[in-house]
Design a protein around this ligand. Structure first.
Ligand code: ADP
Ligand code: ADP
Ligand code: ZN
Length: 215
């Protein structure tokens, strides 16, 4: 099972991915998490990626694709993959299609989580993320049991550098220009399911589960 989660920044991709990966036993590949961990390690990839991420722009395709490719090498041993935050451009979508074809497989379903823009700004500026496991929380909408502590692993929560109003505005613009065409691409292929993301986390999860169970 190969699933893609699409949606603007703050739509709830990471939140849903975590729940879906547990339910369907999928490997969760989040390019944002991979890139942030490279930035923290100060690896060559991280150094290149950082300047783009800080500005809210997309990291050049080759860097991201390289990172995804390394993860895909693990594919043969696992029942399925959930892509979160990838592909974000038509170029990346084409790359993914070719790479999967070479392995005799393809995308089963792309899920687009739809959320109005004003809601996204509130979600992103109130987001807190675990330093250890990258789980997402929110100051109001999804609080951890203990303040600033991850429910899942006990790690410390922090605010991402790019979750400021200025960078959020740029990221939403980048989504409209570069990632919206990817949504249309999967729609044209008949692979897209649109879910209403402007509702409770559990309800979004139910809609996505229903779409995956129907396949
Ligand atoms: P993405 O990975 O798409 O950028 P996240 O899963 O990190 O989004 O969610 C963005 C923020 O919104 C987080 O603070 C998260 O806790 C919160 N959030 C996620 N889903 C919902 C929802 N259905 N309702 C309210 N807040 C949500
Ligand atoms: P969000 O879901 O909140 O948009 P992510 O954690 O997915 O955030 O991504 C954070 C940043 O990492 C993006 O703004 C971008 O700079 C970079 N990034 C993540 N995925 C990709 C990708 N597939 N292609 C290019 N850049 C990416
Ligand atoms: Zn954690």
């Amino acid at each position: 099972m190969l699933i893609i989660l699409l949606g603007p920044p703050g739509a709830g991709k990471g939140t849903q991915a975590e729940l879906l990966a547990a339910k369907y036993q999928l490997l969760h590949i989040a390019t944002g998490d991979i890139l942030r961990s490279a930035v923290n390690k100060g690896s060559p990839l991280g150094k290149k990626a950082r300047e783009f991420m800080d500005k809210g722009q997309l990291v050049p395709g080759e860097i991201v694709v390289q990172a995804v490719f390394e993860k895909l090498e693990e594919l043969s041993d696992i029942p399925g993959v959930l892509f979160d935050g990838f592909p974000r451009t038509l170029e990346q979508a084409n790359y993914l299609e070719r790479a999967l074809k070479q392995r005799g497989t393809g995308i089963d379903r792309a899920i687009y989580i739809e959320v109005p823009e004003e809601e996204l700004v509130t979600r992103l500026t109130g987001r807190r993320v675990c330093r250890e496991c990258a789980s997402s929380y929110h100051l109001k909408f999804n609080q951890p049991k203990v303040r600033n502590v991850c429910d899942r692993c006990g790690g410390e929560l922090f605010q991402r550098d790019d979750d400021t109003l200025k960078t959020v505005t740029e990221r939403l613009e980048v989504f409209k220009q570069q990632t919206a065409p990817v949504v249309d691409y999967y729609r044209e292929l008949g692979l897209l399911t649109v879910v209403n993301g402007n509702t409770e986390i559990s309800q979004v999860f139910n809609q996505i589960s229903a779409a995956l169970d129907q396949r």
